[in-house]
Ligand binder design. Structure first.
Ligand code: NDP
Ligand code: GDR
Length: 358
């Protein structure tokens, strides 16, 4: 039997790596679209190299998408690529719109042109609910985006619905609430916390600066959420789904539990940094995934407590490993040699700080 073929955009990101693992295990031929870069960003998919095929393309470049679809002829396209960090979207709103909003249209146009039977998944976001009008939020809750990222995602969501209704393409939008893992980018709050906790525990840092501790999010595990993406494309008819745990916790609660996991008390280490506050905040998100439960048979497997523990333990393990490698390199490393021996205490300290932050 011919292998099912899938194309994943954003394969180098957190979700891309979990989805690639899932599809490979299911026997798919997996293609991952990567954009040209002078340095490789394949850290999250290093273990899959040889099992998946990487192809060059860019959501900013229409022709590259058309050529990729012609060349690969996928049955399923998962559009996970985007500029996904909210604070950057305030600083680069135009570029965010190009990737995150118009990029979706470019991919849908390519599908329309090359093969309308391709099934399309769009990575939509709970950020579209923004200033929520009801809680929990479901597929019928009105949208009220609060940042350029969310506005761009809302465009991506509606253009997906529009191509489904206008051209009969099997195009679905997964409205996913925050999902995290040890592979989460370090700029997002959960990973910032787990990494910060591990650094403090190992004596590599003294404090952890955070922004708004009162913001509440519905956090799940990324591995569970990529399963839902796949399920959405296996249905008889294309429909949009909210994917969430139904539980909400504040940033403060996440931090408290993460420090507790490492045997520390958060109050001693967390400092507020006003520069990390956003021009407009999304204060509360909590999803109602009952439609996904009913239709897809999907439910999250990893609890909030398990997620926090998993992330802190992974960062502790990673940093311990780095430290032991560093001390094995130890005195043969010329910078640490100077750091050990420099006669001035202030210089010694500064050198150690520089080494540790590497
Ligand atoms: P990441 O930020 O970890 O990954 C983003 C990916 O997009 C990277 O692979 C990046 O590639 C790629 N990318 C960015 N711009 C382009 C471009 N112009 N052309 C091609 N590739 C590009 O995101 P996540 O894995 O966390 O999220 C996946 C998707 O789901 C995103 O669209 C995000 O907005 C959305 N989402 C995420 C949620 C979450 O909680 N994680 C919740 C709801 C939605 P590179 O390595 O080259 O930078
Ligand atoms: P979010 O995730 O904006 O919800 O978007 P993020 O982890 O960045 O912020 C969550 C909440 O934590 C507050 N916060 C901080 N955030 C960051 N990054 N750093 C801090 O130090 C900090 N302190 C407090 C924020 O103000 C915010 O309220 C994520 C992304 O993955 C999007 O792509 C995705 O669409 C949504 O989740 C669902």
């Amino acid at each position: 039997m011919k292998k099912r073929t899938a194309l994943i955009t954003g394969i180098t990101g957190q979700d891309g790596s979990y989805l690639a693992e899932l599809l490979f295990e299911k026997g798919y031929r997996v293609f991952g679209m990567v954009r040209r870069s002078s340095t490789e960003t394949f850290e999250r998919i290093a273990h899959l190299i040889g099992h998946i095929e990487l192809v060059q393309g860019d959501l900013l470049d229409q022709l590259s998408l058309i050529n990729l679809l012609r060349q690969i002829r996928p049955r399923e396209v998962y559009n996970l690529a985007s500029q996904s960090f909210v604070p950057t979207s305030f600083e680069q709103p135009v570029l965010t719109g190009e990737f995150t909003a118009l990029g979706v249209t470019r991919m849908l146009e390519a599908i329309k042109l090359v093969d309308r039977s391709i099934r399309f998944y769009q990575a939509s976001s709970s950020e579209m609910f923004g200033q929520v009008s009801e809680s929990p939020q479901n597929e019928k809750t009105p949208f009220y985006p609060r940042n350029p990222y969310a506005v761009a995602k809302l465009y991506g969501h509606w253009i997906t619905v529009n191509y489904r209704e206008s051209y009969g393409i099997f195009a679905v939008s997964g409205i996913l609430f925050n999902h995290e893992s040890p592979r989460r980018g370090k700029e997002f709050v959960t990973r910032r916390i787990s990494d910060g906790v591990a650094r403090i525990k190992l004596g590599l840092a003294k404090k952890l600066a955070l922004g708004n501790l009162e913001a509440k999010r519905d956090w799940g595990f990324a591995g569970d959420y990529t399963q839902a993406m796949w399920l959405m494309l296996q249905q008889k008819r294309p429909r949009d789904f909210v994917i969430a745990t139904g539980q909400t916790h504040s940033v403060r609660e996440f931090a408290a539990l993460a420090f507790k996991t490492a045997g520390l008390h958060w109050r001693r280490y967390v400092v507020e940094d006003r520069t990390l506050f956003r021009p407009a905040e999304v204060h509360l998100l909590c999803g109602d995934a009952s439609k996904a439960r009913r239709v897809l048979g999907w439910k999250p497997k990893v609890s909030f407590e398990e997620l926090v523990k998993m992330m802190v333990e992974a960062d502790l393990e990673r940093l311990r490993h780095c430290e032991s490698r560093r001390s094995a390199a130890g005195r043969s490393n010329p910078v640490s040699e100077i750091a050990f021996r420099h006669p001035k205490r202030r210089t010694r300290r500064a050198l150690w700080r520089a080494l540790r932050s590497q």
